[in-house]
Design a protein around this ligand. Structure first.
Ligand code: NIG
Ligand code: FE
Length: 408
């Protein structure tokens, strides 16, 4: 017997290759925190109250899988409102970074912040994501750069995980060259590969390793060393690739079987082909594109033609994407990148779960997956993408347990 049976719901199951894989007047049976049955109510194998201990009426609402934000930098100290003002005065993101601002200014603030402060600030940002139906979030380190602060960031990210949210952690040591290694990027990569990454892996503080391949960050040779070290320690890899210039990052990520390559505005067709062959997910970050007033669009048509799955995430960070709304990213993915509404929704559910190696855990309404889903007060799933600044969430169910608005 199931624990709960949800009836009278329209389901955007996202359990297909295209579209919403929608079921009108559907039902979801939940047992032991997992989805035990999903389908049209008319196909239920018996009378509702004979199937489950508890029957819940969704009131004709639409239900989607719990949303997955697969690329964030939620844990950091301080903020960069002053840098925002400088950019309004004409300074570019690269100029600010080269002058020691940008990521490095957040490194200074993060090193100075204790765990309690980091946790308090990150919790507020996470609460904003949860209020919009996020049930799984990826959180990167990368604003500590020394062993102690990187580990503090990852431990803080771990503490954010609780019964209401699944957290995946990513070690992003190769994010920027810290001041103490100025002019010696290779020396810093030695520290990452010989000391910090092994320590992070041994302590079980991360599920994956990420890097920033860019003219203002690290070279192909340096990222290659990081990826090889990650693999030796049994960790998956991901890459901030081709965000500001084409550095063949997509191809490098694909060569190492990366779960995802992220940003990708400058990725070439060859890079897209390599990703298709490797099964690497393209993570699109329209909030960073918007904030940096980028004009080069990621190669969306090429991703479609080559069958590369596209995910959409907030990239929530203090510099390029001070974003805490995944619903707004749905809108921007459609309006700025011309994704269809079904592609955008797949980008924050099925494909986002893939980008975290969680294909068999969450991201779809399908038997055997976690019973993580959201009830929305909408007439059509496209409404989640269409509105700006409107949150139609009625309720989130995580592991079969309801969370009401405000719980998150
Ligand atoms: O994903 N591209 C590199 N890293 C972040 C930005 C970090 C920052 O500006 O603080 C990103 O855009
Ligand atoms: Fe990022």
């Amino acid at each position: 017997m199931w624990d709960v049976l949800w009836i009278n719901a329209h389901l955007a199951t996202m359990d297909g290759d295209t579209g919403y894989a929608a079921i009108e007047d559907g039902a979801i049976g939940v047992a032991d925190g997992q989805i035990a049955w999903v389908g049209p109510r008319a196909d239920l194998p018996g009378a509702a109250d004979a199937l489950a201990r508890d029957v819940q009426d969704a009131g004709g609402r639409w239900v989607t899988p719990g949303l997955v934000d697969c690329h964030t930098h939620l844990v950091y100290g301080g903020n960069r409102a002053r840098e925002f003002a400088l950019r309004l005065d004409g300074a570019s993101y690269e100029e600010i970074a080269r002058a020691g601002g940008g990521i490095l200014s957040t490194v200074t603030a993060t090193r100075a912040a204790d765990q309690e402060t980091l946790l308090h600030d990150a919790r507020r940002r996470l609460a904003a994501l949860q209020a919009e139906g996020v049930t799984t979030v990826e959180i990167k380190s990368g604003y500590g750069l020394d062993a102690e602060t990187e580990c503090r960031m990852l431990r803080t990210a771990g503490l954010l995980g609780d019964a209401g949210i699944r957290v995946r952690r990513t070690y992003l040591g190769a994010h920027a060259i810290p001041l103490e290694f100025h002019g010696d990027a290779d020396g810093y990569i030695d520290l990452v590969c010989d000391q910090v990454l092994p320590r992070v892996a041994d302590a079980g503080l991360a599920d994956a390793v990420d890097g920033f391949l860019e003219t203002i960050a690290f070279t192909t040779a340096q990222i290659t060393r990081v990826f090889e070290t990650a693999h030796r320690h049994g960790l998956a890899v991901k890459l901030h690739a081709d965000q500001l210039t084409d550095g063949d990052g997509a191809a490098l990520a694909a060569e190492y079987g990366a779960l995802s390559a992220d940003h990708l505005e400058y990725t070439s067709e060859d890079g897209v082909e390599a990703m298709a062959e490797a099964g690497t997910v393209a993570v699109l970050l329209p909030g960073a594109f918007y904030t940096l007033r980028e004009t080069k669009l990621p190669p969306i048509d090429a991703f479609r033609r080559h069958g590369v799955p596209m995910a959409v995430a907030t990239d929530s960070n203090p510099g390029s994407a001070p974003v805490t709304s995944l619903l707004l990213m749905l809108n921007m993915a459609c309006t700025l990148f011309r994704l269809t509404t079904a592609e955008a929704l797949a980008g924050v559910t099925r494909n986002a779960a893939d980008a975290l190696g969680l294909r068999d855990v969450c991201g779809r309404l399908a038997p055997g997956l976690a019973a993580d889903f959201v009830l929305w007060d909408i007439d059509d799933p496209a409404e989640l993408c269409y509105r700006i600044g409107w949150n139609p969430r009625v309720m989130t169910v995580v592991g079969g347990k309801p969370l009401s608005p405000g719980d998150g």
